[in-house]
Structures are given as structure tokens and as C-alpha cells.
Design a protein around this ligand. Structure first.
Ligand code: FE2
Length: 508
């Protein structure tokens, strides 16, 4: 009896201590987090950055490009969701370690029209409505290409991407908007062009390929898979183009590639456009998980690979909702795919304020591994880490190959949802992990991994993180050593940038 009592009281103490620890880690000031949500006030050109910690990294040459919403409020009206904010590109160019910042709004047609009268005149996909209530929004199905999701180099241009419409070309030096581009006639005007291109450095077709897709969806969905040369004299040229159609509505934000395959995960969701058409909701708010449906992998052979010309494979996928994949590789007749899984589609409902959300009410992202057997047409799912995370990446030289390490933004706490405040490095083979925290008042974004030159060591390089510093209510750029997450340099940026989306690195 006594033994039993002691065990009970011990386990009670442990539970209390664990809870206390979790609660301590949960402490963040929501205002520190939400203060990042404001309009970017100015455009700067080649502004030198002030270093606040550490030292410039000698011999660092290249440009960090970032995209994300830059306008969140017009004439006192806020967007309903930050994903509805107009794209603003930040470029930080390093010349022998010295950083110079240039930033520009993407001057889309909608941005220019709304800027003139400082009023939202388009509805946003994520629920932003025009003033005037349902009556003024009903039957208005026009949308604004907000070019706010990703920014990459293709050929001699920089492209600002938004998945539901065509890319905007920008001048690589000034970042000035050239305009919507069809990529020399490859795309129809304003054809959908994904915001998640993959840079393949391991293809036989070119020393650098940009592999991407566009989706036309409806009762039947068509995926157009495109592979562009992104190096040398014919950089920017389309090398490979194939189209495959699948039954049903498809919501495909991201994909993954291996040497021979392009892998898509079709989430088990439905789209009911009626509330959008009737002016009650944004189009993305009309997406809803359907527990009766089965998620599917669409696995399309790459025309640069061994299975060119063959039809796609369709295989049942695990339950859950995926925005982002991390990486994939082939092993025998299997594909190993790492992705961030949510229990359900996270959407900000019509009556919620995105600046005051209750994190506990939203599902958290978890890093999981799908092992897809192409012969047996089966899939097994394994959780790599229970900790909430997003924006995971691998060394770009290992994209499509077996990578040992991944870096990602994560919460400080090990369990439950919260803002992303830490950067985590995980060994995908042993699951060992180390973290760097910007807490309690810092909030991180997608880490961009830039490998060191002249080394084959996979984790040797730098991580670039644009960080919201809640203490000084401003944006910092942090550079970490990607091996041990040591802080190498922190710069205070002369502009405040809202929590952003994706970015890339261009070598000089
Ligand atoms: Fe994304």
C-alpha cells in the first residue's frame, strides 16, 4: 500500500513539475508577437545595415531574397488574414560580408489601384472583404494577384510568386516591378504558377534546374509540371513540360522532387464555393476537411528521369493536412518523404481577428515521414518530432537526395501550439536535435540554409533568419552557424517587416 501511495504522489509531483515547465515556456507576450503586423512604411535602396551583435562574415557574397505581406491595412480597414497582404520583397546583398538592403512592394495591378485611393477594392482569398458587407461582396469573383508568397531567381529575372496566378518579373538589381510575365510565352496570361519551385542541383539535364508546377482545378484537376534551365547561356528556358489530369478538386500548395519523381499530396478536403460567391467568405475559407475522403499521393515521373513518358502513380496518403514538404528521396522502390502535417486545415474564421488568435485552438504542424512503397502502392507514416514546427528545409545541395539534417522554425515549448520562436536543427537519422531560441520576445520566420563553399560537410554553412524583435518592435536579420546554431551576426533592419513567408538565396 505504502509503495503504491508513494508512486502515486511521485507521479503527481512529476506531472505538476512538467506542467509548470510547459507553462513557463508558453510565456510570450501576444502584443510582442502581433506588433509585427503593420504596413511596411518605406522603400529603401542599398541601405547599409547596422550590426548589433557579432561580426560581418568575411567572404560572404550573395543575396538573400524574402517575400511576405507588406500592406495589411488601408484606410483603417485591416486584411482578414495576413496572407491577403500585398507582397513586399526584401533583398539583402552581401559583398564580402557587408550587407546592403533594398526593399520594394511588388507593383501589381491591384496594388497600384488600391494604393491610389488607399482602400481595398478587391476581396482577398483568405477572407478580406470589401467594405459594404455581404451585398457589396456577393458575386464579385475578381481577385488580386498579390505576389506575396515566394521570390526566386529564374534566368536573368527575379520572380515574385503567388500560386493562383502568374509570376511577376522584377529587375534583379533595383527590384522594380517589370510586370506579369508569361516567361517568354511558356504560360498563358496569368496562368497559375506555383509559389514553391524547387531548385534541383543534381539533375543530368543542367547544373541547375528550376522545377515547378501549376494547377488548374475543378471537378477534374490538371497539374502542369515544368522544368526550366536555370544556369548558363540558356538560363530561363523551359526544358521539360508535361500535363497530367486527376479526378476531383486539388489544393496543392507545395510538392517534393526526387531524381525521378515529382510528388504531390492531395489533401482530403472539399471546396464549397457558395459562401464565397454569396459574399460571406473568402475562397480559402470555403475549404473544409472531408473525413470521408482519402488523401492521395500523385506521383508523377519526371521527364528528365528514368520513368519518362509513364503515367503517374496514385497511392493512398496518410490522414492530416499538409501545406509544406521538406524533402524526398528514393530508396530501392520506395520514396521517403518528410512533410509538416496538421490534424486539420487551419483557417481563420470570418469572426476571428488574426492579430488576437488563441494559439491553443489551432492545430500544430508536426514533422512526419511517409515511406511510400511504389510497388505495393502503400504508405507508412512515422512522426519524427512532436514539437510544433513549420518552414523546414535541408541543405539545398541535398534536395531530392537523402539528407541527414533539417532546419526549421519551431515553438519554444515541446508540446502544443504557440508562435514560432526557435530554430531547430534535427538529425533525421538519429532524431537528435538542438535549438536556438529568440524568446521570450523574438519571433522567427523560415530559416534559409546557405552551404559553405568548398565543403562536402552537409551541415556546414549559414542560416539566415528574418526575425521580429518584440523588444524593440523592429526586424532583425540573424545569421546562425548551421552546424551548432551559434549566433554569428545580428543586424537591425531599418524597416519593420511583418511575419513573412518564403525566401531564397542567390549566389554571386
Ligand atoms: Fe508555402
Amino acid at each position: 500500500m505504502i509503495f503504491g501511495e508513494n508512486s502515486l504522489s511521485n507521479s503527481f509531483i512529476v506531472t505538476n513539475l512538467q506542467e509548470k515547465k510547459i507553462n513557463e515556456l508558453k510565456i510570450f507576450n501576444k502584443e510582442d508577437w502581433s506588433s509585427a503586423y503593420k504596413n511596411v512604411e518605406k522603400e529603401l535602396t542599398k541601405e547599409p545595415l547596422k550590426i548589433s551583435k557579432g561580426e560581418n562574415i568575411k567572404n560572404l557574397n550573395g543575396t538573400l531574397l524574402r517575400n511576405g505581406p507588406g500592406i495589411l491595412e488601408r484606410g483603417g480597414q485591416w486584411v482578414h488574414h495576413p496572407f491577403d497582404g500585398d507582397g513586399m520583397i526584401t533583398s539583402i546583398k552581401f559583398e564580402n560580408g557587408q550587407p546592403l538592403l533594398t526593399n520594394r512592394f511588388v507593383k501589381t495591378k491591384g496594388y497600384l489601384e488600391e494604393e491610389k485611393i488607399n482602400k481595398f477594392i478587391y476581396r482577398g482569398v483568405f477572407g478580406t472583404q470589401k467594405n459594404g458587407g455581404i451585398l457589396n461582396n456577393a458575386l464579385d469573383l475578381k481577385f488580386k494577384n498579390i505576389a506575396n508568397t515566394h521570390v526566386v531567381k529564374l534566368g536573368d529575372k527575379i520572380l515574385a510568386l503567388w500560386e493562383a496566378a502568374g509570376p511577376h518579373a522584377l529587375d534583379p538589381n533595383s527590384l522594380d516591378t517589370i510586370g506579369l510575365t508569361t516567361l517568354k510565352g511558356v504560360l498563358k496570361p496569368n496562368e497559375a504558377f506555383s509559389a514553391h519551385p524547387k531548385i534541383d542541383l543534381n539533375s543530368n539535364a543542367s547544373s541547375e534546374l528550376l522545377v515547378t508546377f501549376g494547377v488548374q482545378t475543378g471537378p477534374k484537376s490538371t497539374i502542369r509540371l515544368m522544368e526550366f534551365n536555370n544556369a548558363g547561356e540558356s538560363s530561363g528556358e523551359l526544358l521539360i513540360d508535361r500535363k497530367d489530369s486527376f479526378n476531383g478538386f486539388a489544393f496543392l500548395h507545395d510538392f517534393a522532387i526526387t531524381t525521378n519523381w515529382a510528388i504531390f499530396l492531395q489533401n482530403a478536403i472539399d471546396f464549397n464555393p457558395l459562401p464565397f460567391v454569396m459574399g460571406q467568405k473568402g475562397a480559402a475559407q470555403c475549404l473544409k476537411s472531408n473525413p470521408k475522403k482519402k488523401a492521395k499521393f500523385f506521383i508523377i515521373p519526371r521527364e528528365s528521369g528514368l520513368f519518362r513518358g509513364q503515367p503517374p502513380l496514385i497511392i493512398d496518403a496518410p490522414e492530416g493536412f499538409v501545406f509544406h514538404h521538406v524533402n524526398a528521396y528514393e530508396k530501392d522502390s520506395k520514396i521517403i518523404l518528410d512533410s509538416i502535417f496538421y490534424d486539420d486545415f487551419p483557417s481563420v474564421g470570418p469572426d476571428e481577428n488574426f492579430r488576437d488568435i488563441d494559439f491553443d485552438k489551432y492545430p500544430e504542424g508536426k514533422l512526419k515521414r511517409s515511406t511510400i512503397d511504389l510497388k505495393k502502392k502503400t504508405c507508412e507514416l512515422e512522426t519524427i518530432s512532436e514539437q510544433c514546427c513549420e518552414f523546414a528545409t535541408v541543405n539545398p545541395k541535398f534536395l531530392g537526395l537523402k539528407a541527414s539534417y533539417s532546419w526549421m522554425a519551431s515553438t519554444n515549448q515541446k508540446i502544443g501550439n504557440a508562435p514560432l520562436q526557435a530554430i531547430k536543427k534535427i538529425n533525421l537519422l538519429t532524431k537528435e536535435e538542438i535549438s536556438w531560441s529568440s524568446g521570450p520576445s523574438g519571433f522567427v520566420s523560415e530559416p534559409i540554409m546557405v552551404p559553405s563553399e568548398n565543403t562536402s560537410e552537409e551541415d556546414n554553412g549559414f542560416l539566415f533568419i528574418v526575425l521580429w524583435n518584440g523588444l524593440r518592435r523592429g526586424t532583425d536579420l540573424v545569421i546562425l552557424d548551421s552546424k551548432d546554431l551559434r549566433e554569428l551576426a545580428v543586424y537591425e533592419l531599418p524597416i519593420s517587416i511583418p511575419h513573412g513567408l518564403h525566401g531564397s538565396w542567390v549566389n554571386h
